[in-house]
Unconditional design. Structure first.
Length: 512
């Protein structure tokens, strides 16, 4: 084994001298995409009032983006493999900037919703191209750990940064700047990428595009994301909601059958059937379910129950960001080459679950310093530690021609997880709130007592849903311990081995 590793290391091409400069622009683009998932949430009430959007249609500002982004990710990943990752990355950035300008200048509901769908579509090009560029540019073991540590911290903490920036822009400027702020991000990242990034030669997949796979995967994922989104507003027993879930199951089942038979599949099944990657995609999706639900509940708790302003709410999330950066860059990146990935990911999810567990003790008068602060620090620390090796291992050992679609699967698991988390946990919270009001409102004689019951009911709903989030994170840890069996990984050998490997199961060279 050691002779093979040495031989592979000797054959390995010299690393790109601009790779660290490239990381700056890749990270900037990833931050923009992750920011956009939450920044618009805070601006939504102002935009709704300004453009006269009805309560029934306001969810489409979020849903239009989620459907386009989630539905087109696999297609975007395949385009990156076919067309070139740098070219796809730059095109995605330019398109995202244009769509953001359209949204900021929107004069009516249709224009705003159209811009959000376009943002999602270009984001689906941009996100997998960014991650796959990292995967093919950073092949040295220690450097890859650092690069993915930075990327993992941004992927995990960017949503919370979005809450801060969204609150600041909405409170001190206006909602349109939550769109316009993307333009300088995108322009700088695109210009930097164009001049700095040099994609490794020979890593494209020039096979013909799998059109049936594109159609089936896009329709299946759109049905799944929309099903969960609709369940949140219309209920789980709604006929259309059930129909969307059934359609999604049939379409995705047909997609798997097609992918197992076509010569050049959109998603080669070898990418997801390897146990480490399969376990990572599944555990990441579950972790995001818990995280997105938490962002929602803590935002409502701080603003409605505690009376925080949007800006103060955003800053209240700073400890979580600090925890994520610390966990990702100081724990995950430093230990990834020394201990098996499961011993970082599994304990990371359990530490995050412990932070969630503290939040089940929330009451109306809970102290930020003694309850929310330690809970958010634990959440950030755990998630950052887990995300870093997950991001790296999810693309490690994949054949270069498959790196775009493997990267897209990481984003797909996160996007679908976000849709499920928002719908599922919000439904649980709403049901618990309604039940609490029904049981306690009779004893409230005065208006102030009734208002108190309403607030208590909301907090009761949040804590009920957070209990489910705790269970989901424990399940994510169990999946990691069950499926992720890779040790500390010699990435130099794995990268080189991937060039000629036909069977992904053989690729990572594991050091135990």
């Amino acid at each position: 084994m050691s002779e093979t590793v040495q031989a592979n290391a000797a054959k390995a091409p010299a690393p790109d001298s601009n790779r660290w400069k490239a990381l700056v622009f890749i990270a900037l683009a990833q931050l923009m995409v992750v920011l956009d998932a939450t920044i618009v949430n805070i601006a939504l009430p102002s935009a709704q009032q300004d453009l006269g959007i009805s309560d029934g249609n306001r969810q489409w500002v979020i849903t239009a983006y989620a459907l386009a982004f989630g539905g087109l990710l696999l297609f975007g990943g395949r385009i990156a493999d076919l067309w070139g990752r740098k070219r796809t990355f730059v095109a995605g950035l330019i398109g995202f900037a244009g769509a953001s300008a359209l949204g900021g200048a929107a004069t009516n509901e249709a224009m705003l919703l159209g811009s959000r769908a376009l943002q999602g579509a270009f984001g689906a090009l941009l996100a997998p191209a960014a991650l796959s560029l990292l995967a093919v540019m950073f092949t040295d073991s220690k450097e890859r750990a650092k690069a993915f540590g930075i990327y993992g911290a941004i992927a995990g903490g960017g949503g919370a940064v979005g809450l801060i920036l969204g609150g600041f822009l909405t409170e001190y400027l206006n909602w349109r700047w939550t769109f316009f702020v993307n333009i300088p991000f995108a322009v700088v990242a695109a210009a930097g990428a164009y001049f700095v990034i040099r994609e490794p030669v020979g890593s494209r997949n020039r096979s013909p595009l799998d059109i049936p796979g594109v159609v089936l995967s896009t329709l299946g994922l759109v049905s799944l994301v929309y099903g969960f989104t609709r369940a949140e507003s219309e209920g789980w027993s709604d006929t259309t909601t059930i129909g969307l879930f059934v359609a999604s199951a049939l379409l995705l089942a047909a997609f798997v059958v097609v992918e197992s038979k076509v010569k050049a599949p959109l998603l080669p099944l070898r990418v997801i059937t390897e146990r480490n990657r399969g376990g990572i995609y599944l555990s990441l999706g579950l972790a995001i379910i818990a995280m997105f639900g938490l962002f929602l509940f803590l935002t409502y708790y701080l603003q409605i129950v505690k009376g925080y302003t949007p800006v103060k709410t955003g800053f209240a999330f700073l400890p979580m960001i600090a925890g994520m950066i610390t966990g990702s860059t100081q724990i995950g990146a430093r230990l990834m080459n020394r201990v098996p990935a499961r011993l970082l990911m599994g304990p990371g999810f359990l530490v995050a679950a412990l932070g969630m567990l503290l939040l089940t003790r929330m009451e109306i008068g809970s102290s930020y310093a003694t309850l929310l602060l330690p809970a958010m620090l634990l959440l950030g620390l755990g998630m950052g530690t887990a995300f870093m090796p997950a991001m790296s291992l999810a693309t490690l050992g994949v054949e270069p021609r498959d790196s775009g679609v493997a990267s897209a699967m990481v984003n797909t698991s996160q996007q679908v997880g976000g849709a499920i988390g928002t719908a599922l946990l919000n439904t649980i919270a709403a049901s618990a709130t309604t039940a609490y009001v029904k049981d306690h409102i009779g004893g409230a004689a005065t208006q102030s007592q009734q208002q108190l019951v309403q607030l208590q009911a909301q907090v009761h709903g949040y804590t009920n849903a957070i209990w489910f989030a705790v269970g989901i994170l424990v399940a994510a840890a169990a999946i990691v311990f069950t499926f992720v069996n890779a040790g500390s990984v010699d990435m130099n050998a794995a990268s080189e081995s991937a060039d000629g490997a036909e069977d992904d199961l053989k690729v990572p060279v594991i050091a135990h």
